[in-house]
Design a binder for this molecule. Structure first.
Ligand SMILES: [Zn+2]
Length: 144
């Protein structure tokens, strides 16, 4: 189970670029290629998004929103500056990030992957990029 955070594209088609697919290494596309369906080119969107496990996404979102998030939700375009400031604060405050780390736990058959400061910092940076992209294009940011 995972959650993807992305900017909404309702009023704006993301710019896409075509790039040569990896399956073209020998000059011919593979007919059943997962990435390009045998076309030899892959379409890549410039709209950033990030995918995390449910637990990690909820941890990162809770740090940003300062309230317990649902499994899906929206940050409206008007609120983006507020959350950009919050991320800025978090990135400059190691203590806040340290509070949210979690050790990997193995309890009989249940395995819960931990998260460390580096992971949280990296994800905060990715969410920041998504917020900036949405701000620039007049969009909201949503996750589900
Ligand atoms: Zn391909």
């Amino acid at each position: 189970m995972s959650i993807t955070i992305s900017s909404r594209t309702s009023n704006h088609e993301p710019t896409t670029t075509e790039k040569t697919c990896l399956c073209m290494y020998d000059g011919k596309p593979e007919q059943d290629c997962y990435f390009c369906n045998g076309r030899g080119v892959e379409t890549v969107s410039d709209a950033p998004e990030v995918n995390m496990s449910n637990q990690n996404a909820l941890t990162v979102l809770e740090m940003i929103l300062e309230t317990e998030p649902d499994y899906n939700g929206t940050i409206s375009n008007n609120d983006i500056p507020k959350y950009l400031r919050r991320i800025m604060f978090l990135k400059n405050t190691k203590k806040e990030i340290g509070k949210n780390t979690r050790e990997t736990e193995i309890d009989k058959n249940f395995f819960s992957m931990g998260i460390d400061e580096e992971y949280i910092s990296e994800r905060l940076g990715q969410v920041e990029n998504i917020l900036r992209y949405a701000q620039e294009h007049g969009e909201d940011v949503s996750w589900s």
